[in-house]
Design a protein. Structure first.
Ligand code: BDP
Length: 331
């Protein structure tokens, strides 16, 4: 966070700051620097711009947000660390790469844990969501609101996937998280953790055969141009956060905290609507461009193959058994 005190300002800016400080004894404008991986027009990008607009309006300019879109500030795992240590303030993060840092947040990365998006929302809005955000806040990442990210399915440049045997031998890019590597291994494939920005090139040169993602990211990245088989496995439904450095948030006045939180929640409402529209539009666009699409008639063999992934995770995190049960028992 940049704090502009009168000491660092000169000329007109100094005059303006002094004018402000007459009306508010604690006059300091805080600029939050925010990381986003997605390009212009993507639902998250539009919603983050709305967040910035709302933060400035609701705090009368005491807090502002400067968004850095398109991943220009680096990869997601790096950006998560930067927000944790306070080198950046805010990020729209997928909970996938947060899982290795905050074990509570990792439960959402257990394959097939959510039945559908509505189930995921019910969990996040209840006790489960509270446990997850408490775990994240303790690690320096306070979740202000949750964004949608649809369901992730497999795609590759070789063949349609209908059974776990179809994954066997494929090199599949995954986000940085051992759960995803375990998931691909259990299906007989070769997991390749890799930054999002490197996937297009790796698919086109054959460094990897496939990856997995939702419709909007499959489309926005152009991955559909180089990996033309999309198979509807829907194995992961991972929420995303608008996360702020915990100390930065705690240092704000109660009014500003409430304003920033409300701005994030409002931006999330916008994002969810835009997400639903974009998921449809992206799906239509890639299918029109000739992508070979298949539903998977029987997902049970994929789900059965995940038993060891759950066992390994819960053996390493026995205290999270109740949270996993809570999610499974949420209707
Ligand atoms: C997208 C997420 C983004 C991830 C990306 C990935 O919105 O945060 O970085 O997937 O696969 O769906 O890395």
């Amino acid at each position: 966070m940049k704090l502009y005190s009168t000491k660092t300002l000169t000329g007109g800016a100094l005059a303006a700051a002094v004018a402000v400080s007459f009306s508010a004894m604690t006059a300091q404008a805080a600029e939050l620097r925010a990381w986003n991986i997605h390009p212009d027009g993507y639902p998250n990008t539009v919603a983050l711009d709305k967040f910035a607009e709302l933060v400035a309006a609701k705090t009368d300019g005491r807090v502002t947000v400067k968004n850095f879109h398109g991943g220009v500030l680096g990869s997601q795992p790096d950006a998560i660390e930067q927000v944790r240590i306070g080198a950046l303030d805010v990020g729209n993060f997928n909970l996938g790469p947060i899982g290795p840092i905050a074990p509570e947040a990792n439960v959402v990365s257990l394959p097939f844990i959510f039945k559908d998006m509505a189930h995921m929302h019910r969990v996040l809005d209840g006790e489960g969501g509270q446990k997850i955000s408490d775990g994240m806040a303790a690690k320096g990442l306070m979740a202000l609101a949750w964004y949608d990210s649809g369901a992730r399915s497999f795609y590759n440049s070789v063949k349609p996937i209908n059974t776990p045997e179809d994954v066997a031998g494929l090199k599949v890019r995954v986000m940085n998280n051992d759960l995803y590597s375990g998931m691909i291994e259990q299906l007989g494939g070769n997991p390749t953790p890799m930054a999002f920005s490197e996937v297009y090139q790796s698919l086109s040169t054959g460094v990897v055969d496939g990856a997995e993602n939702n419709w909007p990211s499959y489309e926005s990245t152009g991955h559909f141009e180089v990996a033309g088989y999309y198979s509807l496995s829907q194995h992961l439904i991972i929420p995303e956060c608008v996360c702020i450095n915990t100390d930065v948030f705690n240092a704000m006045s109660a009014d500003d905290q409430a304003a920033v939180k409300a701005a994030a929640v409002e931006s999330a409402e916008l994002q969810r609507g835009l997400w639903a529209e974009r998921a449809e539009a992206s799906r239509a666009k890639v299918l029109e461009s000739g992508v070979t699409f298949n539903e998977i008639a029987d997902k049970a063999p994929f789900q059965d193959a995940m038993v060891p992934v759950y066992e390994t995770y819960l053996a390493a995190n026995p205290d999270l058994v109740p949270l996993v049960d809570l999610i499974k028992n949420t209707d």
